[in-house]
Design a binder for this molecule. Structure first.
Ligand SMILES: [Zn+2]
Length: 344
């Protein structure tokens, strides 16, 4: 492990960033949750800031699940959804993130009785508000929570096709990977329909299960990026395929340690993925709940995983190139990255 010099810290802070893998509820930071908890008092989430900070300290995976469920329970109205989006916009903009593809699980909001048009209206309103207040662009990915099976596939797809937010760019799947085979047909059908409607296929795969879910994502979901994908390394044929196609991987080091997929940051496979010539991006997944930030993931890559400035700039550029931004949008951020590299 190397200790970051003040100059390296300044470089990482200054680097313009793109976040491709972050979840709406999991990205709720203390100020945002405080606002929600005070709006809906009486539950298990503390309404006092110090107590909430304490509640939010990552201890282990079961505690994370408890925090996640308690915060989810505070998301009751479309107004709460908008608060979450604007909150992530504020938190990411403070880290010099320029653009985020935010994963929303609309099925979980549908289940508590929010009508699809009202959810979409809140998502659209929040994009405008975050742009005006923080200068960040927000696009959305709708993902199926796999453990809710066929019904979740139907609900997510219906929302994406019938009431898409203006900046919806992608369709994904998350949650427990091991249940996917059980709902294979409805998941494949949902991806086929979403892609036919022009959405990009951006599924999680190879995070908590092996290479087979990555193959399934590539062959049957038409995946254009893979959420996590770290377990590809167990299959040399898959590694060769990913190298050849340069399908981007959304790598989230701290998340993988917090969920127990990787034993420690020092053992994270990111250096091996890079050494294999794979297309790697750095992301934060559920940042406050895992005690991290997007900036922190770049620091981890430098301090623990050995990336130098060129390596950090390369993964920052990769995120721009793997994004759904148009050519002009990409050019702007790539130029900003070049300027920071030249200035440091
Ligand atoms: Zn994720």
């Amino acid at each position: 492990m190397t200790t970051l010099t003040p100059a390296s810290t300044a470089f990482i802070d200054a680097l313009p960033k793109v976040e491709l893998h972050v979840h709406l509820v999991g990205s709720a930071s203390v100020p945002t949750v405080l606002e929600l908890a005070r709006r809906h008092p009486g539950g298990p989430v503390p309404t006092d800031e110090a107590a909430l900070r304490d509640f939010y300290v990552f201890r282990d995976f079961p505690h994370f699940a408890e925090v996640y469920l308690a915060v989810s329970d505070l998301v009751r109205d479309p107004e709460d959804v908008a608060t979450l989006v604007v909150g992530i916009g504020r938190d990411l903009a403070a880290q010099r993130a320029r653009y985020v593809e935010l994963t929303v699980t609309p099925y979980s909001h549908q289940r508590v009785g929010m009508p699809m048009p009202a959810i979409t209206e809140a998502l659209d309103r929040a994009v405008v508000e975050a742009r005006a207040a923080y200068g960040i662009e927000i696009a959305y990915i709708f993902d199926i929570p796999a453990e809710f099976g066929d019904d979740a596939a139907r609900g997510t797809l219906a929302h994406a096709l019938e009431h898409p937010p203006q900046t919806l760019v992608g369709f994904g799947i998350g949650g427990i990977e091991q249940v996917r085979a059980k709902h294979r047909d409805s998941f494949r059908d949902a991806f086929r329909a979403a892609r036919a409607a022009g959405l990009r296929s951006l599924p999680h795969a190879g995070e908590m299960s092996g290479p087979e879910t990555i193959w399934e994502a590539l062959e049957h979901y038409g995946a254009e990026r893979i959420g996590h994908g770290i377990n590809c390394l167990a299959d040399p044929r898959l590694v060769a395929h990913l190298r050849e196609t340069q399908i981007p991987l959304e790598v989230c080091p701290t998340s993988n340690v917090c969920t127990g997929q990787v034993a420690s940051l020092a053992e994270h496979p990111l250096p091996r993925l890079l050494a294999e010539g794979l297309f790697v991006t750095l992301n934060s997944d559920d940042p406050p709940m895992f005690g991290t930030t997007l900036t922190r993931e770049y620091q981890v890559a430098a301090e623990v995983l050995g990336l130098d400035r060129d390596g950090l700039a390369a993964v920052a550029r990769n995120a721009v190139l793997a994004s759904s931004l148009d050519e002009a949008g990409r050019r702007t951020i790539l130029d900003e990255i070049d300027a920071v590299v030249a200035a440091h």
